[in-house]
Design a protein around this ligand. Sequence first.
Ligand code: ZN
Length: 275
Amino acid sequence: MNYQLRWLGNAGFEFQLGQTTLIVDPFLTRPHFIQTYFGHVAPDEAALHKHIPRCDAILVTHAHFDHCMDAPAIALRTGTRVHGSANTCRLMQAAGLPAAQTNEIAGGDRFSINDIRVSVLPAAHPWIPGYTFGKLRRELEFPLLLRDYRMDACFSYLLEFEGTRILVWSSTQPDGAPRADLLTCRAVSSQRWYDTLLRQTQSSLVLPQHWDDTYQPLSDEPQPFFSAPRLGMPPIGRIDLADFSARVREAAPDCAILVPDIFKAYSIHPPCRTA
Ligand SMILES: [Zn+2]
């Protein structure tokens, strides 16, 4: 079964599976660095309207702002539901989304969205300065501060549709991944990490996620984000997609790699050739 996908920047993807448009982690607002760390951040409604005209469901991997802050605006406009953790659902409701348009999920859950089977898999999240964990504040008044977006749980998602398996792997750990034709995963891990992950997933197509600099406006060509700090040093280089591709090739020589242009629609023809 052919299907379409678009990369929406950051960890955001749109999958068009049959008649259903499913969005994962939409984040198009991209507030400036200073605004992100010290100001209140509100969704860029014009960008969301332009680039996400329709949507039948939104899956959120976790409650940090760069994964969930744009979801309520899209859900309110399109009338769709947002599926996510307890914190994600509460943040949606605090943004004005009716509770009926939220679905609280947990690791191990399975549910259907039209003809798509969704499996929720527990995922590990890295420590990043400013990106907090734990209980949400009792009072949440929009627009929020960065530190108000607190993560309780993080999920990967397996989507199954007419024999095709798509894995959105959000975890920093490579273990426990199911088999999947298409895999999207982080771009900054070791050779051993990709060896382990791809041995389990046996994927024929891999896409990097969460690699671009989200402090740049959407109007700029995406460029790689700073690499994670090592050993307490300040961040120096930027994420190297050539390294990512080399490691995936080494781990799975027959697997194709796609670094999509932002917002461009790609047709996927299983076993995962692109057109
Ligand atoms: Zn996060």
